[in-house]
Every structure is written in C-alpha cells, then in structure tokens.
Design a protein around this ligand. Structure first.
Ligand code: 2NE
Length: 270
C-alpha cells in the first residue's frame, strides 16, 4: 500500500512503500507534458527520495494510461524556454535529467502510453524502463522547433546505435513497445494491467541486492559515457568506500588527536 506524500505538490504525485518511492507526473489533460513547476516538483521529490535512507529504488511515471510524458508543455513555451508563473523562461528539465543520472539509487521509468519528446528523453535517462503494451516512443523536436543534443542524442545513440538514433530524431516517427524492446530502448514489455505489478517486482529484486554495489555500478556505467563528470561520480563512491575503512579513518583520527597518522598496519595489497 502506497503512502501518499502528494499534499506538498501541485503537478506531481509522490508515494512511498516498502523501500520504493514513486513520482507520478499528474497532468493527464496534456498527456503529462511538463511545465517548469512540474520539473521543479520532480526535482524536489527525487531529492527527497534520494536522501530518504528507507528508499532504495525510485519509479518515475505518468498519471493514467495514455501517456508517461509528452515532453515540454508547448502551451507555456515562451521565446527562450518554458514560462513559469512569474514569466521567467526555463529549460529546467535538463537539471532533472542530470539529477536522474547522478542519483545513486536506481530510477525506473514505468511507461504506459506516449513517451514523447522531452518525455522520451526522461525515460531514456532512467536506469531501466518497463513498458506497457500500449506504450509509444519517439522524438518530435524537429517538428515543433526543438531538439535535445545532450544525453537525448548521444546517450540515445549509445542505446540504439548511431543509425537508429539519427532515424528517430530526423524522421520523428513513433515506435511501439515491441519495436522499442527490439532496439534495446526498454527492458521489458508487459500487458497494461500488469505494468505496476511488474515494475514493483523489478524494484523488489533490486532491493534485495547490495545498495553499494548497485550505486557503484550505476556510476561506472555512467562514467563510460559522461567524461570527467562521470569519473567524478565514480570516484566519489571510491572516496565514500575509503572513508568507511579503518585506514581512511586512521587519517581523520590522527588529525583530530593531533598525532602523526600510523598507516603501517594496513599493508599494501599487490
Ligand atoms: C503526445 C501525443 C502524441 C498524444 O496524441 P493524442 O492524439 O493522444 O492526444 P492529443 O489530442 O494530441 O493531446 C491531448 C491534449 O494534450 C495536449 C494537446 O494539445 C491536447 O490538448 P487540447 O487540444 O485538447 O487542449 N498536449 C499533448 N502534448 C502536449 C504538450 N507537449 N504540450 C502541451 N499540450 C500537449 C501528441 O499530443 C503530441 O505529439 N504532443 C506533443 C509532443 C511534443 O512535441 N512535445 C514537445 C517536444 S520538445 C521537448 O519536449 C523538449 C525538448 O525537445 C528540449 C528541451 C525540453 C523539452
């Protein structure tokens, strides 16, 4: 049974249960398109889930069966970004993409219906995607005067290959769940009525495994694509592991006790 933490949010729902947090874009009237507020709230909720030590896995999804997310809300698109309540233009979904990428806990996209445009990029940013049989995937940027040349292009090419990535972006076709599975864009396809059950099952399997191992593997897989930012993330985990050792703690203790450190007993592994 999900515990409901949605009261602090307008555009999203936020639930938690048994080690799993679920962030749901709740704008079904626009196929779960995001506006700056939606993204701001998703950033807040993901941060909350990251820092909750009871949470090990995070699901990202959209309300209803028709769409996971249809990308940026074109109705509030201004001349230099998506307009918030005070008239400021944003592309803050790029911040959210980075946050999904660097979140040390697995993020799972649960997709029913359309995952399109910036919504398609969000499912790609997730570590895993569980798709319902009615899911439809595609980019629309070149049709609506937009594009995502960041992970939206380069990470897509790592997933589906250069030729297919160019096809997806240049032609702006839609692909069904089976086609997405064949391209490696999603991890599995299930009947719509089993979507949440199956997603939760995948989450539970991950929750049984070592959080540190998953954390380091995510950082390692990121580092392969993310240059110095990826190495920083991976190396941060190495520092964390070192802080957890007696050897690392001897350095801290010696400093605080105003004595020279004694690393002799720790040996040197071949
Ligand atoms: C998603 C899709 C394919 C669904 O089609 P369909 O036929 O199922 O629904 P319909 O009738 O098109 O949409 C239902 C309502 O949702 C609104 C529509 O305007 C419609 O509203 P009303 O006319 O009834 O008032 N709606 C749907 N998507 C919306 C959106 N993104 N913004 C605002 N309203 C939206 C079909 O609706 C579709 O193709 N949607 C547009 C997809 C799209 O082009 N998204 C933007 C891509 S650019 C982007 O996301 C981006 C980026 O490239 C870079 C950085 C940041 C963002």
């Amino acid at each position: 049974a999900w515990q409901d933490f949605s009261q602090d949010y307008q555009d999203i729902l936020f639930h938690k249960a048994d080690g799993i947090a679920k962030i749901t874009i709740n704008r079904p009237q626009v196929r779960n398109a995001f506006r700056p507020l939606t993204v701001k709230e998703m950033i807040h909720a993901l941060n909350e889930a990251r820092y909750d030590d009871q949470i090990g896995v995070i699901i990202l999804t959209g309300q209803g069966d028709l769409a996971f997310c249809s990308g940026g809300d074109q109705k509030v698109r201004g001349d230099s970004g998506y307009q918030d309540e005070s008239g400021v233009h944003h592309l803050n979904v790029l911040d959210f993409q980075r946050q999904i990428r660097t979140c040390p806990k697995p993020v799972v996209a649960m997709v029913a219906g359309y995952a399109v445009g910036g919504g398609h990029v969000l499912h790609m940013m997730a570590d895993l995607t569980i798709a319902a049989e009615n899911a439809q995937f595609g980019q629309t940027g070149p049709k609506v005067g937009s594009f995502d040349g960041g992970w939206g292009a380069s990470y897509m090419a790592r997933i589906v290959g250069q030729k297919k990535a160019r096809e997806i972006w240049f032609l702006c076709r839609m692909y069904n769940a089976q086609e997405a599975l064949e391209m490696g864009l999603v991890n599995t396809v299930v009947p719509l009525e089993q979507l949440e059950l199956e997603t939760v099952q995948w989450c539970k399997e991950m929750l049984q495994n070592s959080p540190m191992a998953l954390r380091c593997l995510k950082a390692a897989l990121n580092a392969d694509c993310d240059g110095q930012a990826g190495l920083q993330e991976l190396a941060g985990n190495a520092t964390m592991l070192f802080y957890m050792t007696e050897e690392g703690q001897e350095g801290r203790n010696a400093f605080n006790e105003k004595r020279p450190p004694n690393f002799e007993k720790f040996g040197r592994n071949p």
